[in-house]
Design a protein around this ligand. Structure first.
Ligand code: MN
Ligand code: MN
Length: 455
């Protein structure tokens, strides 16, 4: 089952697949946080003539049909207006660009036993024991009281230092290894070792003082500036081809940047259609789509309202009609069947690596609770679109009944009354520091998203 997509490719397609995979790896290396992904999406869109909605609203540029809007540097909606009025609805590919990680606390820096540490609070669902003894990097922003912002990116260049979380040596781990998996490494143990060198002339906490001195010299920041910072700690290093046959990619953040990238690429390669096409990349999915930059915020709705106003006049009814007549692919990753842990999966209803793009009628848990249960009629339409476009695709649900579950943004978009289905790429060891996908599934997803936007 798993190799189905690969069996169909000719030389030309294999070349296209490798080009896409390489560009995707570059996207991953450039975008390790939601802010970095948003910036990269803006860069790619502007290169193709997309303009910032705010510049139109402020009168700096005239209205045109390729527009994007950004919220707080962490979420972005891109639109190519169609030939029909916006009120007729949109074709939307939506993905999330936040990924599980360790965030620095507001008072992170302390010294203990001659070593300096950053205290963290993890973000999203992680197996905490996976995040120890790995090279980690810091990405993010520090906003000072004068309003200026300093950007940090430490640990990605070859000559950059890395940081990491220590673990107890196996020789003394008899007691630790008796604990349950979720207690082996606890949340408060995820502190990052960042220094061991004392500042000359300091008596107390001299190692911490050395770090503070360094931050002052290199970034002009004070200890209090951590209070107004968003510093995200992620696995250090680049996305890599995986497998001796190079058929896969191992990287941090496939969930959900693989769908974000495939959706963005499909969107940017779409010519003007009858209907408006849209690519929406949101933040905060991993913690429940909350906050001003998550899918539950009104950012998307407000942006569509502004576009209606610019294209013939806003009314509440037009906005409601536009959203309810829209169709969405909620593009998010699926659990790939893992034969090592076969007991967690229903073999006949699992996604397989190399099996192509995955459509999930529902996610949720315990009797589909919290799921968007996509309409049979909509799936019927999409089956034809995908088959006509030669997309290799499969269907799946997330593991066996009552084994667990997960959520996406689909149920939030569905509140507008639009047709929406989850549709993505299978991932092995999802939410681990290094996740694995098949290049064939990336390629099929990009084809599928393009077919959807062009239907
Ligand atoms: Mn996801
Ligand atoms: Mn996730």
């Amino acid at each position: 089952m798993g190799k189905k997509a690969w069996e169909q490719y000719d030389e030309t397609q294999l070349k296209q697949l490798e080009v896409l995979a390489k560009q995707y790896r570059q996207f991953l290396d450039t975008g390790k946080t939601e802010r970095e992904c948003t910036r990269e999406a803006v860069r790619q869109a502007e290169a193709l003539g997309y303009v910032n909605l705010q510049d139109i609203l402020d009168g700096r540029v005239p209205m045109q049909n390729k527009v994007y809007a950004v919220a707080m540097d962490k979420t972005i909606a891109l639109f190519q207006l169609g030939k029909q009025p916006l009120e007729q609805g949109m074709q939307i590919v939506a993905a999330h660009i936040d990924s599980p990680r360790l965030d620095l606390k507001q008072h992170p820096l302390y010294e203990e036993a001659g070593m300096a540490y950053f205290d963290t609070h993890y973000y999203g669902g992680i197996k905490k024991y996976q995040w120890v003894t790995l090279p980690l990097a810091i990405h993010g922003v520090v906003v000072k009281k004068d309003g200026s912002t300093v950007e940090l990116n430490i640990g990605e260049n070859d000559d950059d230092p890395v940081i990491g979380v220590t673990d107890l040596l196996v020789h003394l781990s008899g007691e630790q290894l008796e604990k349950k998996g979720n207690k082996v490494v606890e949340g408060e143990a995820l502190d990052l070792l960042v220094g061991n060198r004392p500042l000359a002339g300091e008596e107390k906490d001299a190692v911490k003082a050395f770090i503070l001195n360094l931050l002052q010299e290199q970034y002009g920041m004070e200890e209090d500036d951590f209070i107004s910072a968003e510093l995200e700690v992620v696995p250090a290093g680049k996305a890599k081809d995986c497998g001796l046959d190079r058929s896969m990619i191992m990287a941090y953040g496939h969930d959900d940047r693989v769908c974000a990238y495939a959706g963005l690429a499909a969107f940017l390669h779409t010519e003007q259609q009858e209907k408006t096409v849209c690519c929406l990349l949101v933040d905060k999915e991993e913690i429940g789509s909350v906050g001003a930059t998550g899918m539950k915020s009104r950012f998307f709705e407000n942006t569509v309202a502004e576009l209606l106003e610019l294209t013939g006049g806003y009314s509440d009814l037009k906005l409601r009609r536009c959203l309810s007549r829209s169709r969405m692919l909620s593009t998010d990753v699926s659990a790939a069947f893992d034969p090592t842990y076969a007991q967690a999966f229903d073999k006949r209803n699992s996604a397989y690596l190399g099996g192509g793009m995955v459509m999930k009628k529902f996610t949720g848990s315990r009797g589909k609770s919290g799921a968007n249960d996509a309409n049979a009629e909509y799936i019927g339409v999409l089956r034809k679109v995908m088959d006509d476009a030669g997309v290799t695709w499969q269907t799946a649900e997330l593991g066996k009944v009552d084994y667990g579950g997960g959520g996406t943004i689909s149920y939030i978009a569905a509140r507008y009354g639009m047709e929406v289905i989850d549709c993505g790429v299978p991932v092995l060891n999802m939410h681990a520091p290094w996740e694995v996908i098949s290049k064939a599934d990336l390629y099929e997803a990009a084809k599928g998203y393009h077919a959807f936007l062009n239907m």
